[in-house]
Design a protein. Structure first.
Length: 263
């Protein structure tokens, strides 16, 4: 039987973790990898066993930084243990707040937002998108946008779900994250949208909201003036403008005006 790359990876991780373990830092990294691999292959009992061993090692080490506990929370959620996942994700969010970076905070809000159902979960996912939009963590931003769009679609807010799902599809394609892009495309289809291409560039790639912001900025309005004109928050304007700069590959308002004037 032909062995897949995942089969080979699993064998390698098993060999490295067998017998005499490497140093504690390397061992926890290997455990995190094997735990994620087991979870992705739906071997939930194996993934939970790895999670328990990982948490034990980190506890003995006195590890309190964000990261591993949030990953464990997602393994618990995938195994159907939502209450445990929520408790772990809540603790992870507290760690992220103490850590104080947008990337840690955004990822922790994404994890807790997936563990919490209903409007409260959607609010956490919206905060995750805002936080990650301020970071270079493109792949994590794509995951947050996908989770937000999927949550809105499940809440029957299909129109509101389409924009984050389109952004998720675009970013996933830029990151060459094929499974993530496929999921985003399936969610868009469930919302009644039919994206022709996964990756768009140039002015055609802008969403209607981004285009409105771009046009006003190109005409010389400041961010506060754009916010007042469109009756949105300044943070929303800044978020859209960052997306515009990224999609059009520009770094200034003058460059933006030039690009939008091109035929």
């Amino acid at each position: 039987m032909t062995r897949t790359p995942l089969d080979l990876l699993e064998t390698r991780l098993r060999e490295r973790l067998a017998g005499t373990l490497p140093g504690l830092g390397a061992a926890t990294t290997l455990l995190r990898g094997r735990m994620a691999l087991h979870s992705s292959r739906r071997r939930h009992s194996d993934a939970l066993a790895d999670a328990a061993e990982l948490l034990d090692r980190l506890e003995r080490r006195g590890h309190r930084a964000p990261g591993p506990l949030g990953e464990v929370a997602m393994v618990s959620l995938a195994a159907g243990e939502r209450d445990r996942a929520r408790a772990q994700a809540e603790e992870e969010l507290e760690r992220a707040r103490r850590w104080g970076t947008d990337s840690a905070l955004g990822v922790a809000q994404l994890q807790l937002g997936q563990a919490v159902e209903g409007p409260a979960g959607q609010q956490l996912l919206e905060r995750a998108v805002l936080a990650l939009d301020r970071t270079p963590c493109t792949l994590e931003l794509a995951r947050a946008l996908l989770a937000l769009g999927a949550a809105r679609r499940r809440a029957n807010a299909r129109a509101a779900a389409r924009e984050p799902l389109r952004r998720a599809l675009d970013l996933a394609a830029r990151c060459a994250a094929a499974p993530l892009a496929a999921t985003a495309r399936a969610e868009l289809a469930a919302c009644g949208a039919r994206p022709r291409r996964a990756l768009l560039s140039g002015p055609a790639s802008l969403t209607p909201s981004e285009r409105r912001v771009a046009d006003l900025v190109a005409h010389g309005l400041s961010n506060p003036e754009v916010a007042r004109t469109l009756v949105v928050s300044r943070a929303t304007v800044e978020s859209h403008l960052r997306a515009v700069y990224r999609k059009l590959d520009v770094g200034s308002r003058a460059e933006l005006a030039d690009v939008l004037e091109e035929p």
